[in-house]
Design a protein around this ligand. Structure first.
Ligand SMILES: [Fe+2]
Length: 267
């Protein structure tokens, strides 16, 4: 069992090294597989760093900032096995990569050196990082870390997907999607049909970003403007864009509240 900060930092460094080797074990001579693995390797590295920076921004203590870093490191551990088996990152066509990740964390006994409290917290965050919504919990630490990893993950996915933005998709967005978008609502991801639907869903993630810190980075790096530009400019879509813009301006007015440790047991 470990409590001390420097021990947790050592654990982090050791597991980062372990992950490097683990990911390399999935390297393949198959060009497509290799490309997928490399994308997720870089994503893992970036999300680990983003999660830590966000935790620091939220004035979490060093112990919790290290936990955020560990969650970033392990959040997509299931992706490597998923892609090597199924050759797809599509969960619906393969299996839920977060649940697969939990199995790998257990099989490889990656969390065994941590306190039980930290283990269950990490498992909750990994399990919920890609869920449509975070599962209900009374534990506000669980909720906070789940929100943190969801933001860190989204910020980097905008980077990953940007090169694949195309403007020549002829099929418009599905009617149900446009209807929901112009009213500022959420879409049912199972209904994605066209490439433009896929882009629209990415835009709708904005409504699910938790912290202004993340939203500010997504907007200032131009990800929102690029997606808007690549979508059909119909009247209904423009209504949706306007609502989204208003929402962003409103959310960016408020500073993130630091994580509150009052009455908290963290160790
Ligand atoms: Fe993921």
């Amino acid at each position: 069992m470990m409590n001390k900060i420097n021990e947790l930092e050592q654990y982090c460094l050791k597991k980062e090294e372990w992950m490097n080797g683990y990911i390399k074990s999935f390297y393949s001579k198959d060009k497509n597989v290799q490309e997928g693995i490399l994308i997720k390797e870089e994503h893992t590295r970036k999300v680990t760093a983003i999660a830590y920076s966000l935790a620091v921004h939220l004035q979490m203590n060093e112990h919790d900032a290290l936990l955020a870093r560990i969650i970033g490191l392990f959040h997509d551990i299931g992706r490597f096995k998923q892609f090597s088996i199924y050759k797809t990152f599509n969960d619906a066509q393969s299996e839920n990569h977060a649940l697969l990740g939990l199995k790998i964390l257990k099989e490889q006994r990656l969390l065994g050196e941590l306190t039980e409290t930290d283990q269950t917290l990490i498992e909750f965050a990994v399990k919920n990082h890609n869920a449509k919504q975070v599962e209900p919990t009374e534990d506000r630490r669980y909720l906070f870390f789940a929100r943190l990893i969801r933001d860190a993950d989204k910020l980097d996915i905008f980077r990953v997907l940007q090169p694949y933005l195309t403007t020549d998709d002829v099929e418009p967005c599905s009617k149900t999607f446009i209807g929901q978008f112009k009213n500022g609502g959420q879409c049912d991801y199972n209904m994605i049909r066209t490439q433009n639907d896929r882009k629209l869903v990415r835009l709708l993630w904005i409504y699910d970003v938790n912290f202004s810190w993340t939203l500010d980075k997504i907007v200032s790096q131009g990800y929102v403007a690029e997606i808007v530009k690549s979508l059909p400019q119909t009247e209904d879509m423009k209504k949706g864009f306007a609502l989204l813009k208003k929402y962003i301006m409103h959310k960016l007015q408020y500073e993130d509240k630091p994580f509150c440790y009052r009455d908290e047991k963290t160790q």
